[in-house]
Write a protein that binds this ligand. Structure first.
Ligand code: HEM
Length: 617
């Protein structure tokens, strides 16, 4: 797994005199003071001392080797954003530095990638420059956390973020133009106090201002410096949201429910802070970011993560696995995929309608029978499968939220809100699955002869390749690495499933929570069999004290029901298969129904069933 640093900066060795070019004062310029060292000046004011790693690829690469960093994603410095300048100057400045970044990357032996900058004070110009940069090779964009008085929930900025999704561009948000400079004139307080507050402000504005509700979940956005003071003050924010109507903003969910919508970097410089950040955000949402090669950056890039007490798996994610996904290096989602998931806003100037909101025209374009002449029933076959996939998507969405709630319940065992929320969402999952069991009957209106008329066209496509079905199994805890082989033809699906394999499952998180509550005990040296028995006993103890454990028993009952319904789904699928193709082999190469029957014994939560045996003993 490559080590990827997503937050670090560059300056070119030289650039044109911007003050002369635009005829306005106080533009940044570089004053080389001695070989390998320079000062960045803003007009007559000293801004920062820098050294050759900023512009010399050889120096940078050798320091990356020293620190064990494979890839750095460079970005310019916020002092160059120029959001308060005329747009034509800011755009020209952005172009100069965006092209300079690519030149540096070209000398980086494939180990340097870049994020561009855009004139965010003008959304049209910003979108155009982003598109130009993505075509030219930038992986995304670095933006400031505000444009004068506009925060990140500003409608124009939200439009720009939509554009980033459409272009498949990752977004790094960097604090800048810090608040209350008159009260922080000394001691680098704008950096140590102002920046964390600015970043927190950026995140909170996006949450409470409803930006995340409007934006698709495919937006890849990361906040620098560990998200500033956000994680530490999330409890305060949530409390205000629950108790003060004015603190509600316009968002649909409590603030803590949005932590799965963005990432943060690891630049927090303290082991306990990093651990807390990972506990709050999840190990899949924190990425190596160093602020290298600036004085306030990490001096040995990656050392904080490497020396932390995180698990090896979490370290691997933070050092590079998450960045691969964030940058779209591991699984590049096509622009078409991303645009399919755009959120419900009306095209500019047009009023939102039923069709534009639901993307009905696009949806109705997605059925393409292969039989020729077209067989009447092939449309049904396609639509039934597509509706299954849509429901699988919703199930994944809800089960991810169940996992987040159970994780939070384990972290604060005295709180009950998350347990109730998990049970509520699980009830939705069981209701959806009930519909999925029923839905096979529609397909059974197709005669076997009619299916055979177009079946030949389907090979080698098979239900084995349903990425979302396998994701559901992996997410719930049934992880079978062998099944990845069916996804080799689709690298994005393969990468997604590999990620699910690595991540804690619903099963893991559920029992971790019971352990945190002191309901589940086993030694680290315990065998799997002993652990299984301990887990079943933990369930037993919940049921035996019904009065105190009602909420957890409700979760157990919902999980049991879900398990039961998935088995019903498997059984109904087998009945359908036998009704349509008898004992024939499948298009995926299995023995067909006799193979599928072997899956009937699969359970996500066998301990819940074992506990029932124990209860009756
Ligand atoms: C005419 C209807 C259908 C037939 C004949 C059929 C047949 C089969 C067969 C034979 C397999 C075993 C793998 C193989 O060798 O291909 C299979 C697996 C699968 N099918 Fe179907 N199927 C049908 C409809 C559906 C529908 C509507 C869904 C809905 C999503 C579905 C989802 C799956 C899934 C997820 C698997 C993998 C199951 C596992 O690995 O446990 N199938 N199907």
């Amino acid at each position: 797994m490559p080590v990827i640093d997503i937050h670090n900066h560059f300056f070119p060795r030289t650039w044109p005199d911007l003050a002369a070019r635009y005829g306005t004062p106080n533009w940044p310029w570089i004053k080389h003071t001695e070989p390998g060292n320079a000062d960045i000046m803003v007009g007559d004011r000293f801004f920062r001392q820098i050294y050759s790693a900023c512009w010399d690829p050889e120096v940078r690469l050798s320091e990356m080797d020293r620190d064990g960093v494979d890839v750095q994603v460079i970005s310019a410095t916020p002092v160059l954003f120029a959001y308060d300048r005329p747009v034509e100057h800011a755009l020209d400045c952005a172009r100069l530095f965006n092209d300079a970044a690519l030149e540096l990357c070209a000398q980086g032996k494939g180990r340097l990638k870049s994020l561009c900058q855009v004139p965010l004070q003008d959304i049209d110009a910003a979108c155009k420059e982003l598109s130009r940069c993505v075509r030219a090779g930038h992986l995304g964009v670095q933006i400031g956390n505000h444009v004068s008085e506009k925060n990140l929930d500003d409608p124009g900025i939200v439009t720009f973020l939509h554009h980033c999704v459409d272009e498949g561009a990752a977004v790094l948000v960097h604090p800048w133009d810090m608040l209350a400079p008159e009260r922080m004139p000394k001691y680098m307080m704008p950096w140590t106090v102002g920046m964390p507050a600015e970043t927190q402000l950026g995140i909170v504005a996006m949450i409470l201002g409803g930006a995340f509700d409007k934006l698709p979940s495919t937006l890849r956005i990361c906040f620098a410096h560990g998200g500033g003071s956000f994680a530490f003050l999330l409890g305060r924010l949530n409390n205000a949201w629950h108790h003060h109507p004015v603190a509600h903003g316009v968002c649909e969910l409590p603030p803590s429910r949005y932590v799965n919508r963005f990432c943060v970097d690891s630049a927090v410089f303290d082991d306990r802070a990093l651990q807390f950040l990972v506990d709050t955000m999840g190990a899949e949402r924190v990425m190596l970011g160093s602020d290298y090669p600036f004085p306030l950056g990490e001096h040995r890039v990656g050392s904080l993560i490497r020396s932390s007490h995180l698990t090896p798996q979490a370290k691997a994610r933070l050092l590079g696995g998450n960045a691969e996904e964030f940058l779209g290096i591991a699984a590049e989602k096509s622009a078409a995929d991303a645009s399919k998931q755009t959120a419900p806003i009306a095209p500019q100037g047009e009023q939102l309608t039923y069709s534009s909101y639901l993307k009905v025209p696009e949806l109705l374009e997605l059925q393409h029978p292969t039989s020729s002449p077209e067989h009447h029933d092939e449309l049904l076959f396609i639509i039934v499968h597509q509706t299954y996939e849509l429901w699988f998507k919703e199930l994944l969405h809800d089960l991810d939220a169940v996992v987040a709630n159970l994780r939070a319940a384990g972290a604060k065992t005295e709180s009950r809100d998350e347990v109730y929320e998990a049970a509520r969402l699980l009830r939705r999952c069981t209701e959806i699955t009930r519909v999925l069991v029923e839905q096979f009957t529609i397909l059974e209106t197709m005669l076997p002869t009619h299916f055979l008329a177009f079946r030949g066209k389907l090979e080698p496509a098979s239900g084995f390749q349903s990425e979302q079905f396998r994701e559901l199994e992996f997410l719930c805890g049934l992880k079978d690495e062998k099944m990845l082989r069916y996804h080799k033809p689709t690298p994005e699906a393969h990468a997604m499933l590999a990620r699910r394999l690595r991540e804690p499952s619903l099963h893991d998180v559920f029992f971790d929570a019971l352990r945190a509550m002191g309901k589940l005990h086993f030694d680290e040296s315990a065998t799997e069999q002993e652990r299984f028995a301990a887990r079943a006993r933990a369930i037993l103890s919940l049921y035996r004290d019904e009065h105190r454990n009602r909420d957890w028993i409700d979760v157990c009952e919902r999980l049991t029901e879900f398990d039961e319904l998935v088995v019903s789904w498997r059984l109904r699928h087998i009945q359908l298969v036998e009704r349509v193709i008898g004992a024939r082999t499948g298009t995926g190469g299995s023995a067909g129904s006799s193979y599928l029957k072997l899956t009937l014994d699969k359970k996500f939560f066998p301990e819940l069933w074992e506990a029932r045996t124990l209860l009756t003993e």
